[in-house]
Design a protein around this ligand. Structure first.
Ligand code: ATP
Length: 607
């Protein structure tokens, strides 16, 4: 459903990348972390916070490692039979604890701040690019999946910046300082410890790699669950109306089970990794303690030294343990960053040219479809428009009729340059659409779609979507003209009334009138009406039709209508079938011609 011939949807490309990683194991392993660069690029704008976090991190690490060192003196002096003055040692320890507490809090604050800030910036950048992408992208990639990337992948990045990097740095510093301290305490024992480390690291890295792959798959499954739930929630009324609750429950259940199975694999690997880490490291420490104990009994080492060695050794072991987890998290973060980078770097297919030609001013309102052939990218086998030509003159009203699927709405898609045709060109006031800025094209068109899309916002915001700067007076005037003011006045809070998710609190006819009011506010030279009055009752339709007639007077209009009664007054009616014009003329001419229009008219008026 999402596949096309020549373009890879984001989720698919992630799969491709996955297999690339799998098949090409010799590839530079640093590649796996390559996308972390994007996170760094986002973070480097905040050098003050990075500096503060780094300082806090270093102070906390030094303070941590000083604790076992001071314990050495406390044990040797404080617990020895000779009983020296222990107060300074404990006072020193208290100062270290205080420094540790403050530095840790500062580290947490700055690092978390950075995590949240980076995520906020990345979200904004991704969103900015999404807003520029052509509809094709959203047909090939499920919007719910994109939405879940924006939340789950950014959460991973937040974790990387806010936790993982800090854990990594803290443990690297702790590990290095710890080893230095260990050497200072007992060089021979430390040498033994350092031999043990590679033996420990090897199996850890091996399992760690497997864990990474599983983590990624697990993440993909979670994204699937997210997209399935948002799909069902968005269509809850349809699900219930068609009694498909059980099927949806089962479909969801399957995905949840898949997610759980994948999570189980991940948890199993992580559990294994943890036990190996703990077993090897603490096993090694035990062995070291044993030989240390021998050293104490033979009098070559003090009790305090061995005590301090064990605690420091524990810290070093903990650091290495934490570092093994860090690698997996970093890889996960890199994966998340790569998916977000794809969204961020996706090049808009429909974009202004380098040197856009300005549309003539003042606008004339001429629209010319010249030998257009077009297929929707997601249906490459089907010609939606087949060598279609139509010239709409300024001020003219052209009605487009024809059976469902004839390609009528497609004309509007191309007029707004949501897609480019395969051959032929669309011209607005003589300018070919690709040579000018799409935003300028759209400014000259007021579109009333078949299905009115409303936002979960106030009535005012929904209306002024046509012209955001419109005053309340202008909004009311437009609503009046669209015959919408009557029901708007009955809303409890007037224009401030919240219309519910996708305007769920309005009837079909009311929604349509809002769409018409929006187009009125848009005040564009060309009107594109797609079944603009289809959801209205006969009386409202008459009123809205009157409003539209007035609006259409000095504008170019293309109106698509199934109901022929609404198009009788058009200057010209074109009849479309299978992406082509099969007839054209006035209502009278077409009626006489006894062609497709006549058939459609007969069907309608007999009912
Ligand atoms: P209706 O009167 O039912 O609205 P229409 O004449 O407006 O029909 P179009 O919406 O222009 O028909 O569709 C023309 C053809 O293109 C149809 O076969 C339709 O299935 C197909 N089509 C429309 N939109 C898309 C899309 N986004 N992706 C793929 N195919 C599409």
């Amino acid at each position: 459903m999402r596949m096309t011939k020549d373009k890879t949807p984001i989720s698919e490309s992630t799969d491709v990348e996955k297999t690339d990683n799998n098949s090409d194991k010799k590839k530079d392993p640093s590649k796996k972390l390559a996308n972390l660069r994007m996170i760094w690029d986002a973070a480097k704008h905040y050098p003050k916070q990075i500096f503060a976090a780094a300082i806090a991190l270093i102070i906390a690490a030094v303070a941590t490692i000083s604790i076992p060192v001071s314990l050495r003196y406390i044990v040797d002096e404080g617990f020895s039979a000779s009983g020296g003055d222990i107060a300074p040692y404990f006072q020193g320890l208290l100062v270290i604890v205080l420094i540790l507490a403050v530095a840790t809090a500062a580290r947490f604050y700055f690092v978390s701040w950075l995590g949240e800030r980076v995520v906020a910036d990345i979200r904004m950048k991704v969103h900015e690019n999404l807003l520029r992408l052509a509809p094709r992208f959203f047909e090939e990639n499920r919007p719910s999946e994109i939405a879940s990337r924006m939340t789950s992948d950014t959460a991973i990045i937040e974790q990387v910046v806010g936790t993982t990097v800090s854990i990594a740095l803290r443990n690297i510093i702790l590990g290095i300082l710890g080893v230095v301290v260990l050497f200072f305490l007992a060089p021979k024992l430390t040498a033994g410890l350092l031999i043990g480390i590679p033996i420990t690291i090897f199996p850890i890295v091996l399992i760690g790699r497997k864990l990474e792959k599983t983590s990624r798959k697990s993440q993909d499954r979670v994204a699937d669950v997210g997209s399935i739930i948002s799909e069902t929630l968005g269509a809850m009324k349809i699900v219930q109306a068609f009694g498909q609750e059980k099927r949806e429950y089962e479909r969801f259940g399957e995905k949840v089970d898949e997610t759980f199975e994948m999570a189980k694999k991940r948890i199993r690997l992580r559990a294994m990794l943890t036990s190996i880490v703990i077993g090897l490291i603490f096993g090694g420490i035990t062995l070291l303690m044993w030989s240390g104990a021998n050293a104490v009994s033979s009098g070559t080492m003090t009790g305090g030294t061995i005590f301090s060695f064990v605690v420091t050794g524990g810290l070093v072991a903990g650091s290495f343990g934490a570092l093994t987890e860090v690698y997996g998290d970093l890889v996960r973060g890199s994966g998340a960053a790569s998916r977000l980078a794809e969204l961020m770097r996706e090049i808009p297919e429909i974009a202004p040219p380098a040197n856009p030609i300005a549309l003539p001013s003042p606008p004339r309102g001429q629209l010319n479809f010249d030998h257009i052939s077009f297929r929707y990218p997601t249906r490459p086998e089907h010609l939606a428009l087949d060598n279609f030509s139509l010239k709409v003159e300024p001020g003219e009203t052209v009605a487009v009729v024809g059976p469902s699927g004839a390609g009528k709405s497609t004309l509007f898609q191309l007029a707004q340059r949501f897609y480019d045709p395969e051959s032929g060109s669309v011209r607005l006031d003589g300018v070919a659409l690709p040579s000018t800025d799409p935003a300028d094209i759209r400014k000259r068109l007021a579109f009333v779609p078949q299905d009115t899309i409303l936002f979960a916002a106030s009535a005012r915001d929904n209306l002024r979507y046509g012209n955001w700067n419109a005053s309340d007076d202008e909004i009311w005037a437009a609503a009046n003209q669209a015959n919408a003011s009557e029901f708007l006045e009955t809303l409890t809070e007037g224009l401030n009334t919240f219309l519910g998710e996708d305007g769920a609190r309005l009837s079909g006819g009311q929604r349509q009138r809002i769409a018409i009011a929006r187009a009125i506010l848009r005040d564009a030279p060309i009107l594109l009406l797609d079944e603009a009055t289809s959801a209205l009752d006969a009386k409202s339709e008459r009123l809205v039709q009157d409003a539209l007639d007035k609006l259409m007077q000095d504008r170019t209009t293309i109106v698509i209508a199934h109901r022929l009664a609404t198009v009788r007054n058009a200057d010209r009616i074109i009849v479309m079938d299978e992406g082509r014009i099969v007839e054209q003329g006035t209502h009278e001419e077409l009626n006489k011609a006894k062609g497709l229009y006549n058939d459609l008219a007969k069907l309608q008026f007999n009912h």
